[in-house]
Structures are given as structure tokens and as C-alpha cells.
Ligand binder design. Sequence first.
Ligand code: PRP
Length: 210
Amino acid sequence: MLNVALPKGRLGEKVYAMFEAAGFECPSIKEQNRKLIFENEEVGVRYFWVKPSDIAIYVERGAADIGVAGKDILLEYSPDVYELLDLDIGKCRMAVAAKSDFRDDPQRTLRVATKFSNIAKSYYTSIDRDIDIIHLNGSIEIAPILDLSDVIVDIVETGKTLKENDLEVFETIVPISARLIANKSSFKFKNEQIEKIVREISNQLEAKND
Ligand code: PRP
């Protein structure tokens, strides 16, 4: 049985569609209920819905053989997993944003509010800028408005959240998309099934880009 962690939500539905088209269908997953685990013994697959930011934990510890996680989570937590494929969905970017009148004063330590402390730290280290990290768990956009921080480092997808809070992007740090990841020992012991999924999904991606 191949255990697959899917990110709960709209992205997860797109991911499931890719697995289904790859021959790993599990019709019971489409039933409208609150169950979190679904399996299809015939094709040897078990899916479970997981909070997107937790997927890498399940895969790293082997509770899932494979899963789909955002590059943001992989960069932030550096889980010990194999990154097998860029699925070209869930696309957004990690960016620095601030109020439009913000001007950086290099003499002062920059106050950075973020959920992604490691990404922010390595970005500012790379440009040799002193910062003070203010770690928040959500609603990051409020921080510069209330002068809790000078800038934020956060995910920008459509840009709507920033716009509605009168903030703008100052720098893009890195583009983000969903990645297929595998547990390292599962990759060895369930290699045939995993390679089949990688092959089938790569073909789907190629066909999409043709
Ligand atoms: C992210 C991010 C922004 C929003 C950006 O939050 O933190 O708030 O999406 O999207 P937009 O550019 O399309 O407006 P998410 O919805 O992932 O959840 P969160 O509140 O847990 O951070």
C-alpha cells in the first residue's frame, strides 16, 4: 500500500486529479463526508488529507510515503525528504512587502514580521542586512500598518491581500510552487510505484506545456 499525503483544500483536489490520471484512482475520496483517510486496495493506494504545512512532517517521518508540499515549507523547514517533481501548480512567490511610503534606512536594524523566519533570515543574510525577526503565525499584513514591523516577508499569490491592506511588494525572494516529495526509505523500498507516479505525472506536465 502506498501512503499519500494530500494537502487539504483546492490545491489537494488538483493534486488528486493528477494521481487519478496517473492510474492511482480512489473513487471513495469524492464522497462528501468528513473522513480524512481513503483507500483503494485494488490499486494499492491510501490517501489522507493533511494540513498543507504538515505534509512534510508526515513524509519525513514515514507516516506517508509521498506527499505534495509547497516549496515555501520545504525552504522554511528543510525536511529530510527527496524532492521529486515541480508540479507547476500552487504557484505564488515569497516576497518582501511594506507600506508604499516605506524607505529602507540601512543605518537601522530592519524589523521583519513573518511566518517564514528561516527564509527571511537567509534572504537578509545573503544581502548582508541586519534584521530583527518578529515571528507571527498569521495576518502578517497587519504588522507594518500598526508599526510592529517595517516590512513583512510573506506569500503573495494574486496580490489582493496586500492591495487591500495598502501594502506593496518591494522584492521577490523566490518563486513558489507545489512539489512532489518522498520519504527517503520509501523511495528505496516502494521505488517501482513511486517511479511510476513520477513518470506518469511528468508526462501529464509535458503534455500540458506542449
Ligand atoms: C497567504 C498569505 C497572504 C495571502 C496572499 O495566506 O499569508 O495572506 O495568502 O494571497 P493573495 O496574494 O492572493 O492575496 P494563506 O491564505 O496561505 O493563509 P494564512 O492566513 O494561514 O497565511
